[in-house]
Design a protein around this ligand. Structure first.
Ligand code: SF4
Length: 91
């Protein structure tokens, strides 16, 4: 679970970028792995999600948010949870 203390305040202008998200009307299951998903099925789902993120007009806002609040799950800004974790450990 993301740390609530790192979440931005509930002001519309802080969260407004989400209105332009390419994933806004898509099934969130594309971006978050189900219990026990591994291997090629996980890789395919992540690749599809990352393709959507690559064309998203708010990709950098999304990635910045996920890094600031240390989102532990899902694809955010085209970056998977394992990749974010590796980046955190590297810093
Ligand atoms: S970058 Fe990806 S996860 Fe983030 S808002 Fe855009 S489509 Fe959604």
């Amino acid at each position: 679970m993301a740390s609530i203390v790192r979440l931005p305040r509930p002001l519309a202008d802080i969260w407004d970028w989400q209105r332009n998200a390419a994933c806004r009307d898509l099934d969130s299951a594309m971006f978050f792995h189900p219990e026990g998903e591994r291997g090629i099925s996980r890789q395919r789902r992540e690749d599809r999600a990352k393709e959507i993120c690559a064309g998203c007009p708010v990709r950098l806002n999304c990635l910045d948010h996920s890094l600031r609040v240390e989102e532990p799950y899902g694809i955010w800004g085209g970056v998977a949870e394992g990749e974010r974790e590796a980046s955190r450990r590297h810093r």
